[in-house]
Design a protein around this ligand. Structure first.
Ligand SMILES: NC(=O)C1=CN([C@@H]2O[C@H](COP(=O)(O)OP(=O)(O)OC[C@H]3O[C@@H](n4cnc5c(N)ncnc54)[C@H](OP(=O)(O)O)[C@@H]3O)[C@@H](O)[C@H]2O)C=CC1
Ligand SMILES: O=C1OC[C@@H](O)[C@H](O)[C@H]1O
Length: 528
């Protein structure tokens, strides 16, 4: 896409690139206007340019985004867009800004007739996520950053990775990608049980030209390294509690793959330990860090479509039974709820404001290994006042399915009174939203009435490498590129002196854990 290419070119352009990376925010008052066939709108941190497709004589090359030390300029056919201006503030804490590009296509349905109304919209976001925090950071002073004994003010964070398995590889790639242009983060080392896997891991990256630090012979050996700032725990989940606890006790900040722990009791304990130790802890729910999810959050918080009334979410794939497979074997955390159901559950909790549901009902089938193979859950929120019309207080129902028996659509639909937000597949690593606005005709029955539908795409960011084919180490899991968003988010939290993620606070982790614990209890018919 040309705009993205233009930005990439700027970034590749030596000095300009550094400046682009250092830009902090677009501090402009909301404004809008028109330049040729392009309508523009700007508000804090976001510039939207809309080009109706019927005036399709405009080519991608006609639109150029230029950024210099403190200004951003958009040109349409070499003519600057008048009135679109603002200030881009230099960042004191490097590596905290990012550009987002969305492609939006929309169409309007009037009583079942597609009016073929279409437009393409490109949105450029400048450090939108970080923007709100800026005044707080200024108010709090940079002492809040210095509070971290180990946070290097150079902005270079030293990560240690526990476990040399599949997800660790994706996370290491995410860190490389994150640090690719500015070297904002660094893999300090990788630890595995016995060290052999870690040595292989490091060697494989080195073969592809990426130096990712040293190998350690045990997780404990790595935690003892005073140079390490933050730890990523990418081991199988029955080990999460012990491994993360050791990291916390060694005074490290810790990001733990999902699920944080396998039981509610362990989750509570680990959260309490991190809070006591004063270190950062986050369950690695990368879904929350994707730009598509940030957009959903923004829409829910704006209350544009009214209260949330229903969530329908699923995650299932076909995995023939194999007693030794990580996802089936009890010892490695096998089971549909903890591995896949986790995502639909977190979508429901997200939509209903991070609250514990008033009712949790789950049922399903067990595998020959005695773990949950397939299941469904219904969660009910009564709402604060019985109706819940404020964002995050709604009364409604979530219907969730998950399992290893068949491929499901893997979507998450959040349905409000006057519209819906559908996170398209793969919803756990989302890049596409379908936004349906029914406010023109909210009382119309399904299949009738008028509504507007917008499809917004959030393409994964281009990799700083030409190819991921061998000898480049490829991603283990679909949309692994998105690990970068999570890595960035954690770095941003640490730079701001936060001990929890504002996108996925520990209290919400506890709510998700409580729901999963209860579902697993019902699914496996374990006594209460
Ligand atoms: N966010 C996401 O989308 C995803 C998250 N995950 C999560 O990541 C975690 C790991 O999954 P994944 O990387 O696919 O798994 P792998 O089997 O590829 O790797 C798991 C690692 O766990 C370590 N481990 C520690 N103890 C044991 C043990 N007793 N048996 C087996 N392995 C052990 C091993 O580390 P060592 O190298 O030290 O031997 C191994 O490398 C899970 O908790 C899973 O839920 C997984 C996939 C996607
Ligand atoms: O967390 C997960 O998400 C993606 C799945 O493919 C994986 O098995 C699961 O553990």
């Amino acid at each position: 896409m040309t705009w993205l290419k233009k930005l990439t070119e700027l970034e590749d352009d030596g000095l300009t690139g550094v400046r682009v990376q250092a830009l902090r925010r677009f501090a402009a008052e909301p404004a809008s206007g028109k330049e040729g066939p392009v309508h523009w709108q700007q508000s804090m941190g976001r510039i939207t340019l809309t080009c109706p497709l019927v005036q399709g004589n405009l080519k991608e090359e006609d639109l150029v985004v230029q950024a210099s030390t403190c200004q951003l300029q958009v040109l349409v056919q070499n003519k600057p867009v008048e009135g679109l201006n603002g200030t881009l503030c230099g960042s004191l804490l490097p590596k905290l800004c990012y550009f987002r590009l969305q492609r939006v296509a929309s169409r309007r349905m009037t009583r079942g007739v597609d009016e073929a109304f279409q437009r393409a919209t490109l949105v450029l976001e400048l450090a939108k996520g970080a923007h709100k925090s800026w005044p707080q950071l200024r108010r709090g002073g940079f002492g809040s950053v210095e509070r971290f004994r180990s946070f290097p003010m150079s902005g270079l964070l030293r990560w240690g990775i526990c476990g040399a398995g599949k997800i660790s590889r994706d996370f290491a790639l995410g860190l490389l990608q994150n640090g690719g242009l500015e070297k904002g983060s660094r893999v300090h080392g990788v630890a595995s049980r016995g060290g052999h896997g870690a040595r292989e891991f490091v060697a494989k990256f080195a073969n592809c030209g990426h130096q990712i630090g040293r190998s350690f012979n045990s997780y404990e050996e790595m935690f003892a390294d005073p140079e390490l700032d933050v730890v990523y725990v990418g081991t199988v989940h029955p080990t999460h509690y012990q491994v993360a606890l050791a990291g916390i006790r060694a005074g490290k900040h810790v990001l733990v793959e999902k699920p944080l722990c396998t039981t509610l009791a362990e989750t509570r304990d680990l959260v309490a330990e991190a809070r006591k130790a004063g270190v950062f802890l986050m369950e690695g729910l990368w879904t929350r860090c994707f730009p598509a999810t940030l957009r959903v959050k923004e829409l829910l918080e704006s209350n544009r479509f009214g209260p949330v009334r229903a969530v329908s979410a699923d995650f299932g794939f076909y995995l023939p039974f194999d007693a030794s497979h990580r996802l089936h074997a009890k010892e490695t955390g096998g089971g549909a709820m903890l591995n896949l159901g986790f995502y639909p559950v977190q979508w429901a909790v997200f939509a209903f404001g991070g609250r514990i549901p008033d009712r949790i009902v789950a049922a399903g089938r067990l595998s020959p290994a005695g773990v949950d193979l397939q299941g469904g859950a219904t969660l009910v929120w009564n709402g604060k006042d019985g109706s819940g019309s404020e964002p995050g207080t709604s009364a409604g129902v979530a219907s969730l399915t998950f399992g290893f028996c068949c491929n499901t659509g893997e979507t998450a639909e959040i349905i409000c009174e006057r519209g819906s937000l559908r996170v398209e597949t793969p919803a756990h690593a989302p890049i596409k939203l379908r936004i349906v606005d029914r406010s023109a005709d909210p009382l119309a029955r399904p299949g009738a009435g008028s509504y507007e539908e917008e499809v917004v795409e959030f393409p994964l960011e281009e990799l700083p490498y030409h190819s991921w084919a061998e000898p480049q180490p490829g991603f283990s899991y679909p949309h692994g590129e998105g690990m970068m968003y999570e890595a960035r988010h954690v770095e941003e939290c640490l730079a701001r002196g936060l001990l929890e993620s504002p996108l996925y606070p520990l209290d919400e982790t506890l709510v998700v854990a409580q729901i999963m614990d209860e579902c697993v209890r019902q699914l496996t018919q374990r006594p209460a």
